[in-house]
Design a protein around this ligand. Sequence first.
Ligand SMILES: C[S@@+](CC[C@H](N)C(=O)[O-])C[C@H]1O[C@@H](n2cnc3c(N)ncnc32)[C@H](O)[C@@H]1O
Length: 270
Amino acid sequence: MKKQKYLHGYDPKEQQRLIHQALFLEPYVFSGIDLEFTNNVLEVGCGVGAQTKIMCRRFPQLKIHGVDLSPQQLEAAKYYLQDEITSGQVTLQQQDAQKLKLKGEKFDSAFICWFLEHVPQPLTVLKNVRKNLKSGSKIYISEVFNQTLFLEPYSPAFLKYWFEFNDYQCEIKGHPFIGSQLGNLLQQSGFVDIQTEMKPFHFDSREPKKRSSFIEYFYQILLSAEKSLLDNKRIDQKILNEMKKEVQAVKKSKDAVFFYSFVRATAKVP
Ligand SMILES: C[S@@+](CC[C@H](N)C(=O)[O-])C[C@H]1O[C@@H](n2cnc3c(N)ncnc32)[C@H](O)[C@@H]1O
């Protein structure tokens, strides 16, 4: 089997971005996530442990088993989560979620965030996760829906860059629009009581500080793929420079608008 490609790469700057991202989006990603009466949760695609740490803080009774494909991410997670690992709250394991094999007790809940977009076979992942959950337990998924990104003023180089970002992710068998498909995927993998909800970020002159922090946050996501897009000739230096200029212009515009929506899905094991 071919080695799976990963859009963002694994360098320390990217690992730091994941930690910043999780803290920045915590109020949105964790709204409606209730793990208070849950004993053990399976976190698939845990990365460097950015969401794991937040779950530990919010739900101190929880035991979390984190799984990720990348040894580099898990190495960083071991460092970031050293207290939680020492106390026994977190265990980590290297596995491809598409071939998930877990020993021991089944889990009360599953948590997935910004992960299914990166796997070639998200349906297989969800079927595997379901097999490892107890009957009646709940899965929480937060995923991208990149079609929803909108910036005002009109920024053509930014749009070109964003097209290449998403198209390249499709080429490497990722799913940049997967938020829209979560209902279908959960149904096909045997979950019930499926709920999906758009979680929009819509900022304009009414909240200028939030607007500029979201534009900057998204700019960092775009830049996280810069190397992959340049190496694969998806963009050239000219488009990159123009995109950077446009983002700065949007940031300065008093009429700027930022819109993006991710999708939250929840479902139960019958
Ligand atoms: C964008 S990161 C998100 C990490 C974490 N959920 C968060 O929100 O910070 C996606 C993670 O999925 C992992 N990943 C990609 N393909 C995988 C697979 N087939 N099995 C398990 N993990 C995988 C990557 O190594 C990466 O750590």
